[in-house]
Design a protein around this ligand. Structure first.
Ligand code: ATP
Ligand code: MG
Length: 334
């Protein structure tokens, strides 16, 4: 055990395992629907099905860029299965006991044992989302090896007990595609299968997502934001539905702020764009070109064309067709 026991929080439900009383974590009660992209929701639900008494559920990885909806998808799937949901936020300093059982200083100097959200889900037969799993170090992952294969149990060194998982226990891991803090070892990755990769939503779905979260936003503001996000997706820039929600929320607030001197819609939206995503987001094509160039200089193999043409030269044999080339000026955002 590393570190001293921490002070005990408020009273909680308890369960006895192997003669040790465990205080359970509270489930997450956020009401979260999943909009659009039904295929990936069905894939996740299929992973958690058990089709025969000899069958076992799978523990998939949900991958994709930040803000695309990984955590939301897992939460919505747990809700559809009508199971309590527990979220274990993983960080670079998550220790094995943080994932399993933590000792806490209780009354009269005694020690109380607190079950993590993961272990609580194992005990009550809930769903656990190991959120941002790629931030966690190997030692912590190693403590989950038995749980993630046919053994389905976890050992708490601190409490000296083995905790078997309830048959209804289900788990998935969300992972960002950005730089991870640690490389997850292969023997763990092979237990986190299959990989379900989230893509950006379609125009219609993106509109529904924004409307769901900001039903009070003006139609024109919603349309401006969807147009912006769709252009960014086309150009393979990682602006996400979360960025759209933040941008819209700020624009709506700025417009509502002063009834006597209201800020115009377009300037409120543009201000929100600058404040939320930075000035360079105003010129998506230029930003995409810069990113491509940065990535190209890192990874792209040199082709024959690279010897004779600048990467941005339209005459370059590998030049990408610009998706906005044939659009009218009226269609542009600025
Ligand atoms: N299909 C969707 N339906 C409903 N809400 C969505 C959907 N996709 C994204 N969102 C909303 O977008 C925001 C970001 O989603 P979420 O937090 O799940 O992203 P994430 O991929 O887990 O991001 P991170 O990698 O930063 O943890 C949330 O407010 C979420 O509700
Ligand atoms: Mg998340």
């Amino acid at each position: 055990m590393s570190g001293r026991p921490t002070r005990e929080p408020q009273a909680s439900q308890t369960r006895e395992i192997g003669g040790v009383t465990l205080h359970l974590s509270a489930p997450d009660s956020t009401d979260q629907n999943w909009i659009g992209q039904d295929a990936i929701l069905q894939q996740l639900l299929a992973c958690w099905l058990v089709v025969d008494p000899r069958d076992l559920p799978l523990s998939p990885r949900l991958t994709g860029p930040p803000g695309i909806g990984k955590t939301t998808l897992a939460m919505a799937a747990a809700r559809l299965r009508k199971q309590p949901l527990f979220i274990n936020q993983c960080t670079a300093d998550t220790r094995p006991e943080d994932l399993i059982v933590t000792p806490v200083l209780a009354e009269k100097g005694s020690i109380a044992y607190h079950a993590s959200p993961l272990v609580t889900a194992m005990i009550v037969g809930g769903v656990c989302v190991l959120d941002e799993g790629n931030r966690m170090n190997e030692k912590s992952w190693a403590s989950l090896a038995a749980l993630l294969d046919h053994r389905r149990y976890a050992e708490s060194i601190v409490a000296g007990i083995t905790i078997p998982a309830h048959p209804d226990f289900r788990v998935c891991v969300t992972m960002n595609e950005d730089e991870s803090t640690y490389e997850i070892p292969d023997y763990i990755l092979s237990r986190l299968q299959p990989t379900l990769g989230l893509g950006f939503p379609t125009r219609e779905d993106e509109m529904e997502i924004l409307k769901y979260h900001l039903p009070f936003a003006e139609t024109e503001l919603l349309a401006l934001t969807v147009e912006f996000l769709q252009q960014a997706h086309k150009l393979k820039l990682d602006f996400s539905p979360r960025d759209g929600i933040n941008l819209l929320r700020f624009a709506v607030k700025r417009m509502a702020q002063d009834a006597h001197h209201p800020i115009g819609r377009d300037s409120a939206w543009r201000e929100a764009l600058f404040c939320v995503l930075g000035e360079e987001a105003a010129d998506l094509e230029n930003l995409a070109r810069k990113r491509r160039r940065a990535m190209g200089s890192q990874h792209a193999p040199m082709g024959l064309g690279d010897l004779f043409f600048d990467p941005d030269d339209p005459l370059h044999p590998d030049a990408e067709i610009d998706p906005f080339d044939d659009e009218d000026d009226e269609d542009e955002l600025f």
